[in-house]
Design a protein around this ligand. Structure first.
Ligand SMILES: Nc1ncnc2c1ncn2[C@@H]1O[C@H](COP(=O)(O)OP(=O)(O)O)[C@@H](O)[C@H]1O
Ligand SMILES: [Mg+2]
Length: 242
């Protein structure tokens, strides 16, 4: 398969990154974005969804913790992005699994694997209703932290990723650096992008690199990740001062 075949690819909408990915993500793949708190994961996923919504695609954002609920407000104050407009137009749908009416919130009565089973069921029914091309889950740890066996964790992560793959949805799944869960999630993904920070002397810079991308060549460099009032972009330079 040629790298130049753009019909196979889905643009992230993050300028500079699509070039690093040789045109974007492969359609229908599960893509992990991992990094510590404040490295830009939520902005990354939101910009990816907006790229689709602006092109007339239906997109879905799955919110998994109380923490990620403030996304609409934060994206407005950070960049002036009016997510609510896309919601009104029916282009962007939020699925909030912390909503008590969905009975999906973590509780002592529900076994963790039962929780994931109901999560899959809920998400599949939403997918069938909305027919999204893109999904962003911010983030995955709330769903998986309670799973104690690594073997089980691997299987359940695959199960969730396969729901998206089966429907030919290009998904972004964020994960923080927590208890080795990030490694397990990265293992099952079709691609992994790492966000971070690098200090050189007094200089603090955001960084980005592609850790893996199944079936594709990529640019194997650590680059500078920029976040400004215009959103996120990747610069052609390396964060390391020569
Ligand atoms: N307009 C902006 N200009 C520059 N940086 C910004 C702007 N808006 C938000 N940020 C930065 O983005 C970071 C938050 O990114 P976020 O995607 O929420 O991180 P994560 O989800 O990984 O915790 C914050 O550190 C904040 O300083
Ligand atoms: Mg976040």
């Amino acid at each position: 398969m040629s790298d130049a075949d753009s019909s196979e690819r889905m643009k992230t909408g993050i300028s500079g990154l699509d070039e690093m990915l040789r045109g974007g993500y492969f359609k229908g793949t599960a893509n992990v974005v991992s990094g510590a708190s404040g490295t830009g994961k939520t902005i990354f996923g939101t910009q990816f969804l907006l790229e689709g919504a602006k092109n007339g695609e239906n997109v879905m954002c799955i919110i998994t913790s109380e923490e990620s609920k403030s996304i609409v407000r934060e994206m407005k104050t950070s960049f002036g992005w009016e997510l609510e407009e896309y919601v009104k137009q029916g282009k962007l749908t939020f699925v909030d699994i912390t909503d008590p009416s969905l009975r999906l919130q973590k509780s002592v009565e529900i076994a963790p694997s039962e929780l994931i089973k109901s999560f899959k069921k809920l998400v599949e029914s939403k997918i069938e209703e909305i027919q999204p091309t893109r999904i962003f889950i911010d983030s995955i740890e709330a769903l998986f932290l309670a799973i104690e066996s690594n073997y089980k964790l691997r299987t359940l992560i695959d199960d969730v990723f396969n729901v998206f793959r089966k429907h030919n949805i290009t998904s972004i799944i964020t994960v923080g650096a927590m208890y080795g869960l990030d490694e397990m999630v990265e293992y099952g993904a079709d691609s992994v992008i790492k966000l971070g920070r690098i200090t050189t002397g007094n200089n603090l810079q955001r960084s980005i690199y592609i850790m893996k991308m199944r079936g594709s060549g990529t640019i194997n460099e650590v680059r500078v990740l920029s976040i400004s009032d215009n959103g996120m972009s990747v610069l052609a330079q390396s964060p390391y001062l020569e």
